[in-house]
Design a protein around this ligand. Structure first.
Ligand code: 15L
Length: 253
């Protein structure tokens, strides 16, 4: 049985399509953009199209749902189609095809208006900082519904700053390295005890303040730490939104 990755042509998609096969996962890919790689099993199409999704879900036991508008400044029209309708179509197609588990790429921006604190639990209440964040809260709620109502195993990943290396001082707390992204997806795809889980998608950052225990309970053991790059950045003023709020400057945009 294969694992379907939606949004497979995107940045996280590219990372997982390289990393997950090395851990034994057989992948099917879907995206609006064709992936020009030899020998990939792919269905090209839009996630708002049920026929595309029905074809993509055939012979699939798990889905990693990455597709959607990833911009924190996305318009209502854009999140409505890509994130709201698209995420519903993915969960519904998964249910209809008898898929056992869905890993949903949520975001720290679902709770971006959370003030910095000692340790924020993974189920920190929704406090979106943008319409993008609102759409991720919706995706988490859909996941909870499909888990409770239909027994699909669902993990929602509140991903921080997914980059090859931390891009700024904020990311010294929120960075998710490519290697840890693969480890997190693998853990969520294989944890036998998963029913529904909300976990932070961040690395083991020395300056992190997002509780990694729920992820560890699923078998996610992050190995990277943004501190390695700390000397590249000046310290942040406590009043700087990048320090004060989980969502950083997005709270002001
Ligand atoms: C996200 O969820 C966004 O997709 C990305 O563009 C960054 O803003 C990232 O979060 C972050 O918080 O660094």
């Amino acid at each position: 049985m294969a694992t379907l990755i939606t949004g497979a042509a995107g940045r996280i998609g590219a990372c997982l399509r390289r990393g997950l096969p090395e851990l034994g996962h057989r992948l099917r890919l879907t995206d609006r953009i064709p992936i020009e790689e030899h020998g990939v099993d792919q269905i090209v199409g839009d996630i708002t199209d049920p026929a595309t999704l029905a074809a993509a879900m055939e012979g699939v036991h798990a889905v990693v749902h990455l597709a959607g508008d990833p911009s924190t400044s996305a318009s209502f029209e854009s999140v409505l189609a890509a994130n709201i309708e698209g995420t519903y179509r993915v969960f519904e197609a998964a249910r209809s095809a008898g898929v056992e588990r869905v890993v949903f790429a949520s975001s720290n921006h679902a709770a971006g208006f959370t003030p910095r604190q000692e340790s924020a639990p993974a189920d920190t209440p929704a406090r979106p900082d943008s319409l993008y964040g609102v759409s991720k809260v919706y995706g988490e709620a859909l996941g909870r519904y499909y888990a409770d109502r239909y027994g699909i195993r669902v993990a929602c990943l509140r991903i921080g700053s997914f980059e090859p290396r931390p891009p700024d001082a904020r990311a010294l707390s929120t960075w998710l390295s490519p290697g840890d992204m693969v480890r997190l997806a693998h853990a969520c795809l294989t944890a036998p005890e998963l029913t529904y889980a909300l976990v932070w998608g961040v690395s083991a950052n020395t300056r992190g303040w997002l509780d990694l225990e729920p992820g560890r309970a699923l078998g996610y053991h992050p190995q990277d730490d943004a501190e390695v790059y700390a000397a590249e950045f000046a310290g942040l003023d406590p009043a700087d939104p990048d320090h004060a709020w989980l969502g950083g400057r997005t709270v002001e945009s």
